[in-house]
Design a protein around this ligand. Sequence first.
Ligand code: FES
Length: 336
Amino acid sequence: MAVITLNGSDLRWECDEGDTIMRSALRAGLGFPYECNVGSCGNCRFDLLEGEIEELRADPPGLSERDRARGRRLGCQASPLSDCAVKLRLMPQYESLFRPQRQAATLVATSDITHDIREFRFRSEATSRFLSGQYALLHLPGIPGGRAYSMANTSNDDGEWHFQIRRVPGGEATGYLFSQLRVGDRIELDGPYGMAYLRENSPRDIVCIAGGSGLSPMVSITRAAAVAPSLAGRRIDFVFGGRTAQDICGKEMLQMLPGFGTNIHYHPVVSGMPEADDGWDGYRGYVHEVAHSLFAARLPSCEIYFAGPPAMGQAIQKMLVDLGVDSTQVHFDQFY
Ligand code: FES
């Protein structure tokens, strides 16, 4: 166990062996800025003033050589080898409503959603408390570093954590999940994390845009929004994009929700070139193009959530900036 001291203050917190400086701060209730948790976004950079650390990821995209030369490191990748002194600005908006915790979770069921998306249901002994849209890190045997996956269900007392995960061709973690993990196996689950959660106190209508593995957090947000008393009567538009007709899914989950067809509207989109017999007669194009054609005039007055591949996220961000949507109404976490 190491003690981390915030420079220029009396503030200090403990970091258990194997934990990182950022995650231990969040567990202690501190607002350590972050987003992805996997070394990509750079939001968790801090100055290492004293002490030794081990970096979990060798060459993380979120840290430039210039940062490194200036003594900066990534909080999500920094595991202390001694007591450390750090410099950064804590921000209250990053304080977790539900502090992340590490716990064992058992795989209790799986079910295939499409040819390459499967739902994995885990159960932990403690309650499963999180905000819809957040994610957890799954630590898989033999695979260094946790992998971030968003929950598809909603906060509950039963310790249930459901993840809808797309198999990545050649992917080490999804290869393990799909091919080796068996019902009854236990892994370590660490969470919740993430800032792209449902804003239940917003008076705005909701637009959720998902592609591929982005299905899971958008389903969770829609499930929670459909029953939140503060959001009663809000319109929810759910746009889901896939490359081919066989990638399309999600409707079967949403149509079980109260308000489906009246307040909740599902818009599936196929982006690939038409094939002779794919049978698809719905929207074609990229999800941001279809969202633009359906709701361009309404988007500036909506709360917008999205998740999916980086190219999709960048295209959506650009569209929203071009439409003048206030960035405080736009919610996403970057993983890549
Ligand atoms: Fe650490 Fe994104 S790089 S939270």
